[in-house]
Design a protein around this ligand. Structure first.
Ligand code: MLC
Ligand code: AMP
Length: 504
C-alpha cells in the first residue's frame, strides 16, 4: 500500500492476523482484506495512477466481497456508490446515471439486472468475484488526502428524485471516531451485521466502526430473524445494531421458541456488551419487551444520512425510554423555531446540526445543498424537544417523508408513479402509524370512471419501477381528496380519514 493510505487501512495493517470478516464467502483476516483491497484497487486503476474520485457503483450482497470492493475503490482514489440489492432495474439505473458511474461491478446473481444499463453507458460490467479473488498483479496505489470525496449514499427527500449524499474520508473518519469513543468499541468486539449496506447505519455504524477498531464483523447476506437470534445468542457476538422493526421481529422469533430454548437464547443475548436501535423511533413497548427477552436496555440514538449520528443515549449511565439522549462528541446541535431562532428548553423546535461529520454536498445539486443549510447549520426537518436534559424526537416537518422499517420513502415519488396508472385519476400517499413498520405507506386514490383498482393490482403495477418498501401496503378509495383553498391536499386531514388496516 502507498504511505499515504487512509487511516482506516493503516489501522488494519496493525491487525493482519486478526479476523476481520466472517461471511457467506468464508472467514477472512485483516491481512486477507488488505490483500483483496490491493487486488481490487489495482484492477480498478488498470495502470492509471489514481481514480481521482471516479464513481464506482457496485451491486454486491453484504459480505467479504462488498468490504473488499469498498476498500479497493477507496484505495484507488475512487468514490464508492453502493447499490441497493433490493432495488428494481429502474431505481438502479437512476443511481448509476445520476452518480455518473465510470465503473459498474456486480456479483453474479445481479449481472442480468445491470447488463442493460452498463451496455447503454458503454461500460464493461466488472465481475465482483474476479476482482476480489482473481489472480492479479498488484501495483502502486495513490496517496490520499482525507479531504477527498469517498462515498455517495442516495436518500429520498420531500422534493424531487433521490439525492446523492456525499461523504469525504474525513467525515467518515470523524463519525467513526465519535462512535468508537461514545460506544466503547474495542478490538475484542465481534459485530453481527444484518442491515443493508447502502445506508449509513449498516455501512458506517457497524461495518466501518468494527473494522476501524480492528474488531471482527460477522455479516449475514440478508436479515433473517431466526438466524440472527441464533448467532446473537451463540456467545461469539458482542455488538448488534438494528432498526425497531428488526427488534420486533426478533422478539416474535424468540416468542415462538420452546421454553428451554428461550432460556438459552436469553442467557446468550445477555452476553453482548452493546445493542443499539436507530433509524426510526423505538416504541417503548419494544424497548420494554426486548429488555425482558435479552436483559438489555436498548441504546437508542438519532441520526440521518446527511449528518451521521447526532444524538445518543449514554453507553454508560441512564438510558431514557422514548428519548435519544444528548449530542455525541463534536456534534453541534440546536433546536430552532420557524425563523431559525433557537428555542428555550421544553419548547419543540427543528433540529439543526453542524460539525465535522456532516456531509459536504448533494451530488451535483448545488441548489439543494444551499437550501439544506442555513448559516452553516444543516436543517434536518426533524422536530424535537429538550426535556430533563435529554432530547425527544417528536416528528417531522414534512408529511411527505415516510419512514417504513427504517427505510425512507418520499410520498411524492410514489404519487407521481401511481398517477400514471390508468385506473387512478388522482391520489395522495401518507404514512400511517404501524406496529410492524413504524409507519406504513398508504395510498388514497380517486379512481377513474368505471375503474376499480385494488391493492394487489397497484402494487404489481408499481413494483417494476419502485423498490418494494415504497409500495403501498393499504389502499383507500375516496371520492375526493381533502384540499385547502389553494387546492393542496391536506394530508393531516387525510390521515384521519384512513381506516385501520384490515390486514393488520
Ligand atoms: C422490506 N419490505 C418492506 C420493507 N423492507 N416494506 C416496507 N418497509 C420496509 N422497510 C417488503 C419486502 O420487499 C417484501 O415485499 C415484504 O416487505 C416482506 O419482506 P420481509 O422479508 O418481511 O422484509 P425484509 O426483507 O426482511 O426487510 C425488513 C427489514 C428491512 C426490516 C429487515 O426493511 C431492513 O433491513 N430495514 C433497515 C433499513 C436500514 O438499514 N435503514 C437505515 C437507513 S439510514 P413483497 O411485496 O416482496 O412481499 C438512517 C439513518 C440512521 O436511517 O439514523 O440510521
Ligand atoms: P435517512 O434519511 O434514511 O437517513 O433517515 C433519517 C431519519 O430517520 C431522520 O431524519 C429521522 O426522521 C429518522 N430517525 C433516525 N433515528 C431516529 C430515532 N431514534 N427516532 C426517531 N426518528 C429517527
Amino acid at each position: 500500500m502507498a504511505d499515504g493510505s487512509l487511516e482506516l487501512m493503516a489501522r488494519a495493517a496493525g491487525a493482519l492476523e486478526l479476523p476481520a470478516v466472517v461471511a457467506s464467502e468464508g472467514t477472512f483476516t485483516f491481512g486477507d482484506l488488505q490483500a483483496a483491497t490491493e487486488r481490487v484497487g489495482s484492477a480498478l486503476l488498470d495502470g492509471t495512477p489514481d481514480l481521482a474520485e471516479a464513481r464506482v457503483a457496485f451491486l454486491v450482497p453484504p459480505g467479504f466481497r462488498y468490504a473488499a470492493i469498498l476498500w479497493g475503490t477507496w484505495a484507488a482514489g475512487g468514490m464508492a456508490v453502493p447499490l441497493a440489492t433490493s432495488f428494481p432495474a429502474p431505481e438502479l439505473r437512476y443511481v448509476i446515471e445520476d452518480s455518473g458511474a465510470a465503473v459498474i461491478i456486480a456479483a453474479g446473481e445481479f449481472r442480468a439486472v445491470l447488463e442493460p444499463v452498463a451496455r447503454d453507458r458503454g461500460l464493461a460490467l466488472a465481475d465482483a468475484d474476479e476482482l476480489v479473488f482473481g489472480d492479479r498483479e498488484t501495483g502502486r496505489l495513490p496517496d490520499l488526502d482525507p479531504a477527498r470525496r469517498a462515498l455517495i449514499l442516495y436518500t429520498s427527500g420531500s422534493t424531487g428524485p433521490p439525492k446523492g449524499v456525499v461523504w469525504t474520508h474525513a467525515a467518515i473518519e470523524s463519525q467513526v471516531r465519535i462512535l468508537s469513543e461514545a460506544w466503547g468499541w474495542v478490538p475484542e468486539d465481534r459485530a453481527l451485521l444484518v442491515l443493508p449496506l447502502h445506508h449509513v447505519h449498516g455501512l458506517v455504524n457497524v461495518l466501518t466502526c468494527a473494522l476501524w477498531n480492528q474488531a471482527g464483523c460477522e455479516i449475514l447476506p440478508a436479515f433473517d430473524a431466526g438466524t440472527a437470534l441464533e448467532r446473537m445468542a451463540s456467545g461469539d457476538i458482542s455488538v448488534f445494531m438494528a432498526v425497531p422493526t428488526i427488534y420486533r421481529r426478533l422478539i416474535t422469533a424468540w416468542e415462538q421458541l420452546g421454553e428451554s430454548d428461550r432460556r438459552g437464547v436469553t442467557e446468550g443475548l445477555a452476553q453482548l456488551r452493546l445493542m443499539v436501535s436507530g433509524s426510526a423511533a423505538l416504541p417503548v413497548p419494544i424497548l420494554d419487551r426486548w429488555k425482558e427477552v435479552s436483559g438489555h436496555t436498548l441504546l437508542e440514538r438519532y441520526g440521518m444520512t446527511e449528518i451521521g449520528m447526532a444524538l445518543s443515549n449514554p453507553y454508560q449511565g441512564k438510558r431514557t425510554a422514548g428519548a435519544v439522549g444528548r449530542p455525541l462528541p463534536t456534534v453541534d446541535l440546536r433546536l430552532v423555531d420557524d425563523d431559525g431562532v433557537p428555542v428555550p428548553d421544553g419548547t419543540p423546535g427543528e433540529i439543526q446540526v453542524r460539525g465535522p461529520s456532516v456531509f459536504s454536498e448533494y451530488w451535483r445539486r448545488p441548489d439543494a445543498t444551499e437550501d439544506a443549510f442555513r448559516e452553516g447549520w444543516f436543517q434536518t426537518g426533524d422536530i424535537a424537544v429538550l426535556e430533563d436534559g435529554v432530547y425527544r424526537i417528536l416528528g417531522r416537518q414534512s408529511v411527505d417523508i415516510i419512514k417504513s422499517g427504517g427505510e425512507k420513502v418520499s410520498a411524492l415519488e410514489v404519487e407521481d408513479l401511481l398517477r400514471t396508472h390508468p385506473g387512478i385519476h388522482d391520489c395522495a400517499v401518507v404514512g400511517i402509524e404501524d406496529v410492524d413498520w413504524g409507519e406504513r405507506v398508504v395510498a388514497a386514490v380517486v379512481a377513474t370512471a368505471n375503474a376499480e383498482p385494488d391493492l394487489e393490482d397497484i402494487r404489481s403495477f408499481a413494483r417494476t419501477t419502485l423498490a418494494a418498501f415504497k409500495l403501498p401496503r393499504q389502499l383507500v378509495i375516496v371520492d375526493e381528496l381533502p384540499r385547502n383553498a389553494l387546492g393542496k391536499v391536506v394530508k393531516p386531514r387525510l390521515k384521519e380519514m384512513i381506516p385501520p388496516d384490515p390486514d393488520a
